[in-house]
Design a binder for this molecule. Structure first.
Ligand SMILES: [Mg+2]
Length: 233
């Protein structure tokens, strides 16, 4: 199968989301509390946040609830006194500043540019993602950038993939490859929409019952795969 179009997930695939959220959480904590942040706050936050995102991706909660609930639960966990809503607002302001990319992401897109049509599909909050994307330096590589909050549906909902194809004037999923690090949103979603999928799995995690078309552990591996499958590089 040759591919003419690549759909990229951003966070954890091309963007260093861990760094962005770590710095945002750290800075927000500092401005709300005078005592040092608990040592395990990132791992606790990750657990809470992952559970909230899972509910969001399943459509159980909306993103407004997600924004508040993750900090309400964090406050509860550490018995912190304060307003989770205000903390969330400041956190998102700080997060908006975090446009760091993973090492090699820009170089990869540069090599792919001109050989594939490329779009970004990201689950996230409109203003936050827009700001991060414009700071990343990667925006111009994408013909279309779709943010779930603005599109009105989130991966793995097939409609967000169809919406992206429609925006690009693509009528068939054939020849489109979805590349992302999340099995639950990118790979499940890609499969739902009838696309071939490439799981970006640098952590060598098990794929469980899902069956991505390809799995790669690095940008080099992805580039080699596309060279082979694209046939145009
Ligand atoms: Mg991701």
């Amino acid at each position: 199968m040759k591919y003419h179009t690549l759909f990229f997930d951003l966070d954890g695939t091309l963007f260093d989301y861990k760094k962005a959220e770590k710095i945002a959480l750290q800075d927000t904590f500092k401005s709300f509390f005078t005592f040092p942040q608990p040592e395990d706050i990132f791992s606790v936050y990750h657990m809470i946040n992952a559970a909230c995102w899972e509910d969001y991706e399943k459509g159980i909660i909306d993103n407004r609830t997600l924004r508040r609930r993750r900090f309400a639960e964090l406050f509860e966990h550490y018995h912190l006194e304060g307003d989770p809503e205000a903390f969330s607002t400041r956190y998102l302001e700080n997060l908006s500043l975090g446009g760091w990319t993973l090492p090699g992401a820009g170089e990869l897109l540069e090599k792919l540019q001109g050989n594939f049509r490329m779009a970004a599909l990201t689950n996230g909050i409109g203003d936050v993602q827009k700001s991060r994307i414009s700071r990343s330096g990667l925006e111009d590589f994408f013909e279309v950038v779709v943010i779930s909050d603005i599109a009105g549906c989130a991966k793995p909902d097939r409609r967000i993939f169809e919406y992206t194809m429609e925006k690009m004037g693509i009528t068939s999923p054939r020849g489109v490859l979805m590349i992302g690090d999340s099995l639950s949103s990118d790979i499940t979603g890609g499969i739902n929409a009838g696309l071939d999928t490439c799981w970006f799995n640098p952590g060598h995690k098990p794929s469980g019952s899902l069956d991505p078309t390809y799995t790669v552990a690095s940008f080099d591996e992805l580039y080699l795969l596309l060279t082979d499958k694209g046939g145009v590089l």
